[in-house]
Ligand binder design. Structure first.
Ligand SMILES: Cc1cc2nc3c(=O)[nH]c(=O)nc-3n(C[C@H](O)[C@H](O)[C@H](O)COP(=O)(O)O)c2cc1C
Ligand SMILES: C=C(O[C@@H]1CC(C(=O)O)=C[C@@H](OP(=O)(O)O)[C@H]1O)C(=O)O
Length: 379
């Protein structure tokens, strides 16, 4: 079983993560982890903090000569902003922001200083999740599995159709808003500029696709083994994500069954195949061999320059909130966090299905399974 924990506050010394359950002898490339961390820091619409941080992971344990040794892998990402905070006079924060975890967290944990809540609620933690996801991706790449993402919409500006190919998605990395259409990218940036000028913020939708997925990850037999459920959980746990769709998702509700379900074909030598992928690669909680396609909805950033009404938790006086520094839109960054969430869940499902204590054992199980399926296909 694969599992991980993260620790760290947004303006504390560092973020740390521990990953347990990785097979031994898996090559880990630290530059690849840092490349994913860099991708998460990009994106039009982010605030001043991203100019301060330069996220890099330092691996502290679990690795010898560039390979895992079966023991827990610990990594650390320093918060460069810590130096600006450590000597600050720490005045208590008593003014909760609507939409953030401030008020509910302060009540739940009986805190008079909201900073004790917001420091950990902050999406700074997603840097640790992306580092963990980057390790998971390196496991997946041994089996040819790739993960990509792009932004579908920001505010009211939306990519029109689902009529793009998986190959098009590579273009997302070249766009400041991770949108594969250049004209739509420009409109998205304009929408972000307008929101910024109005002291407002924007959310949006991004899509993550996982390619070269073997048939049979996850299971139909029990609720907590269903791969669609595990994916939705991982995506919903990302800060500000409020909805998840798999395949056609909500759009399927406007269509008839005959327009939605992916018909099954068979060709000797090729085996079973589909001409469509409305199911997004998942049927019965099991991967069906098609790309796994997930969309996630991000709400607008809660911290606003435009004052929203709230109540001071100490004085109980109403106030109109106003702040100094925040992202205006972080949908492009969230899409990289979504890739990490997908990578993590798929790595866990691969370890569950193909098991083994070393990567060689896992590869042997994988090849045997594929050979059996291939035999079937020839018949
Ligand atoms: C990459 C990323 C960056 C974010 N940046 C900010 C930010 O600058 N200011 C802010 O108020 N919220 C930001 N958020 C959203 C909050 O962290 C989130 O809304 C808050 O923790 C409350 O959780 P919930 O929205 O899931 O209910 C960001 C989220 C993500 C994924
Ligand atoms: C630090 C990151 O995101 C932060 C997420 C965040 C929030 O409230 O979620 C608030 C902002 O932090 P600060 O208050 O320091 O400006 C973002 O910059 C990051 O993504 O690395």
């Amino acid at each position: 079983m694969l599992r991980f924990l993260t620790a760290g506050e947004s303006h504390g010394k560092a973020l740390v993560a521990i990953i347990e359950g990785l097979p031994a002898n898996l090559k880990i490339n630290e530059e690849d982890i840092n490349r994913q961390l860099f991708r998460r820091q990009q994106g039009y619409g982010r605030g001043g903090r991203m100019k301060i941080e330069k996220d890099e992971a330092e691996i502290l344990s679990g690795l010898r000569k560039g390979k895992t040794i079966g023991s827990p892998l610990a990594l650390m990402i320093k918060n460069l902003d810590y130096d600006n905070w450590k000597d600050r006079e720490a005045l208590p924060v008593t003014k909760p922001r609507p939409g953030h975890g401030d008020l509910a967290g302060a009540i739940k944990y009986s805190q008079e200083d909201i900073r004790n809540v917001l420091e950990r609620a902050s999406a700074r933690e997603t840097a640790a999740r992306v580092a963990v996801g980057a390790v998971a991706r390196q496991l997946l790449s041994v089996f040819g599995i790739e993960i990509m993402s792009h932004v579908i919409s920001i505010g009211d500006v939306s990519l029109n159709s689902r009529g793009y190919s998986i190959k098009d998605l590579a273009a997302a990395d070249r766009s400041p808003v991770r949108c594969i259409d250049e004209a739509v990218s420009k409109q998205m940036m304009q929408a972000i500029d307008e929101a910024r000028a109005q002291g407002d913020s924007l959310g949006g939708v991004f899509e993550v696709a996982a390619l070269n997925i073997p048939v049979g990850l996850g299971s139909h037999v029990h609720w907590d083994r269903k791969l669609d459920g595990l994916i939705a959980w991982a995506f919903m746990s990302i800060q500000a994500i409020k909805g998840v769709e798999i395949g056609l998702g909500f759009e399927a509700t406007h269509k008839k069954g005959s327009e939605v379900h992916d018909e099954i074909f068979y060709e000797k030598g090729q085996g079973f195949y589909r001409k469509t992928n409305n199911a997004g690669g998942l049927e019965g909680g099991i991967s069906n061999g098609c790309p796994i396609v997930v969309r996630a909805a991000m709400k607008p950033i809660p911290t606003l320059y435009k004052p929203l009404r709230s109540v001071d938790i100490k004085t109980k006086e109403p106030f109109a909130a106003s702040i100094e520094r925040s992202d205006i839109c972080a949908v492009p960054a969230a899409s990289i966090v979504g890739e990490a969430a997908m990578a993590w869940v798929l790595a866990g499902a691969m370890v569950e299905k193909f098991g083994g204590d070393s990567i060689e054992e896992m590869q042997k199980n994988f090849h045997e399974y594929n050979a059996t399926i291939h035999q079937e296909r020839k018949r």
